[in-house]
Design a protein around this ligand. Sequence first.
Ligand code: HEM
Length: 117
Amino acid sequence: MHILLMCLLSLHALSGVFWAGSTFALTHSFCELTPKLFRAQMTAAALTVAAGLALWGVALRGASGPMATTLAIGATCAIAAAAVQGAMRRSPVVAQRIAAILLSVTVICMVISPYVS
Ligand code: HEM
């Protein structure tokens, strides 16, 4: 069980770092990488969400309380960020900026979740 948890957490964090990091990097201005990275960003988003949902099942096992609520707020912002990036392809810089704000909330929620009480 510990091995599964460690593998899921590693996959979750790695794909999340790529997704959030590339989003932050693309907020500055439109460049040739913006359309080229779209598919990689969406793949990273899908992996992050899938591993996050699996972690929810394995680590939380239906638990509720402040930690679960904090994670749920972060997860909702992450899903909203993916939706914005997918839906606003005609305004990619604006989409990346909105997604960057949402993913910032996600990362904060994820890392503070074990300490909220
Ligand atoms: C739908 C989206 C997401 C879901 C359902 C989700 C779910 C979770 C869950 C359940 C945990 C706790 C694991 C545990 O207690 O061992 C966790 C931890 C974590 N998540 Fe997410 N997550 C999502 C999105 C993201 C994103 C987008 C990022 C980064 C950009 C991220 C980064 C992290 C990190 C760094 C941790 C480790 C926190 C720590 O233990 O200090 N997550 N996530």
